[in-house]
Each structure stands twice: as structure tokens, then as C-alpha cells.
Design a protein around this ligand. Sequence first.
Ligand code: SF4
Ligand code: MG
Length: 331
Amino acid sequence: KDPVLTVEGLEVRFQGAAGEIPAVQGASFSVHRGEVLCIVGESGCGKSITSLSVMGLLPGSAEAEGHIRFDGRDLLRLNREEIRQIRGNDISMIFQEPMTSLNPVFTVGFQLMEPLVVHRNLSKKQAFEEAVRLLERVGIPDPGRRMEQYPHELSGGMRQRVMIAIALSCEPKLLIADEPTTALDVTIQAQILELILKLKEDTGMSVILITHDMGVVAETADRVLVMYAGKVVEEADVRTLFEDPKHPYTKGLLRSMPNVDDDTYTLEAIPGTLPKPGEIQQGCPFHPRCPEAMDRCREENPRVFTHRPGHMSRCWLAEEEDQDHAGESVG
Ligand code: SF4
Ligand code: MG
């Protein structure tokens, strides 16, 4: 499969009072045509910063290095206008509900029609018809009436559907969804995820879905990146990740999932908290919380090991396993 997006050695730093703060360190991954890549981790792990880098939406105090290749261009080397063009045409983003960019003072119809007029050069009449069609596609009943309404007149789930309709209006090749269902209740959450998957099937677009919830990963992902303290610590296809997780952090995330089968809700959270960026200077950033930490983990930062094609982890345990199966590691 062709990659739509390839990120190579992404580094993002912020200028803080006490010097540079690393937010993303050496992230490399690609997103293939028509697949859902989930980026999972706790809040502050760098997953949102990674996606904002792709969108060219990093705050001014951030500095990004590396390569973000999309359609033969390096997004980190485009100027503001060029990146704005791509954002309006090829890459769209939706956010967690409270952060959505729906404007409270304009009607749903106006906010849907505006990008159609600006980016797709439709007439007002065409834009109106297309907006109604988009609302139908995202499962909003009575779209003609909804067009007249203001965001506060809609439920949270309906507002997220409108946001998805706006994101689809430019027919993106890549949709980035950052915690799109976190603010919604469980039933609505399932409906919105189902909608995103259906639209992906219909359009062939690729999706980067950012979440802290392994349940969401299980329902949506083709492939998964697990991030911790600014680094990708494990990458695998979704089945491998759930059946044969390698990194102790991934194992912790899986243990913290409620068990739906036996109804008991054994929520075993990972003890401790995510270190602040730059806080851990030496060794593996997970070592203070890791149940499997060894002496070496406090001294040396692990590199990336390959378990099998497409399955990588950043943990010294992988090297030991690697020695048992001589020659499997490609670093
Ligand atoms: Fe745990 Fe050591 Fe692996 Fe880090 S390198 S995750 S501390 S076992
Ligand atoms: Mg976030």
C-alpha cells in the first residue's frame, strides 16, 4: 500500500523559561491509503502535538524539525499560504467537542457553505445543495431545518456530525481526528466512530485517530502507534498489539481497559504519572513507572527494536528477546 503521509524523525520543541522543552522526539511513521492509524497515549504524551505539526498548526513558540511528506511535498518546508491550501483541500481535522471550531454566532448552514464557496468555488446555490447533501451523509435528519440552526441548538453528537460534515466538504485525502468522541456519552461515541469508519470506506480517505482510550483503538484502528513522553514506544497492527503487546506501557494501557466480557470493570490504572517534557534526563522515560524496569533502564535510553515487520518497540526487554531469536532485530 502507498503511504499518504510519511513522518520522519519529527522533533518538536517549545521554548520555555528554563530552556528548550522537548514535546516530540524522533517520531517516525506513515499512514497508508484508506487505513485508520490510531495514536494512543496519555494526555501530554505528544500525540496532539504530532497531529498539529501535520496540520501546520503548531503555536509560534514551537520549533519543528524532521520531515512530514504528503503528496510529494514536505509540509515542514511550506510557507503559511501553501500549508493553508493543503489544510483546506487535502487534510482536514476534527477536535474534541469543547475545542471544536464551530462559531456560535453563525448558522450551521453558513459554516458549511463557506468552505464550499471558498475552496471549491461553488456558487451559493450549489453550496447550499452540497451542504444539505453533506448533512445527509453524516446522518443528520431534516438537514434543511438544521441549516438554519445555531450550534447551541444542537446536541453534542449533532455538533460533532456537523464538524465532520465540514471536514468532509473539501474531500480530504487525510482526516485527523483528535479525541473526537471523548466529550460524548458512550452510545453517541459509538455512533460517531461508526460514522467515521463508514465515511472512510465510502471515500477511501485515510484517518489518523488520536485517543487515550484503548477501547476506541480496538474498535477503529488498522495500525497503532503508542506514544509515551514524546516518543513512539510501540507500533503494530491492531491485532498484534492486542494479542502480543511488547512494551510494558502498552501492556499497562491494555490492563487499564474495562473488561466488557465479564462485566466486572477491573480498571487497573498504571501507577504514577507521565513525566513532564524534559523531566527525565537519563534512561528510559518510563522507568519510574515500569513494573519490569532493570538497572540498565535507569542509565540508558532504549533504542527501537523490530519484533517482526511492522512491529516495533522501544524497550530493552525487546533486545533480550531479540538475542533469544538471533538476527531478528533490524534496529
Ligand atoms: Fe521498562 Fe526498561 Fe523497557 Fe523502559 S526499557 S519500558 S524501563 S523494561
Ligand atoms: Mg490532546
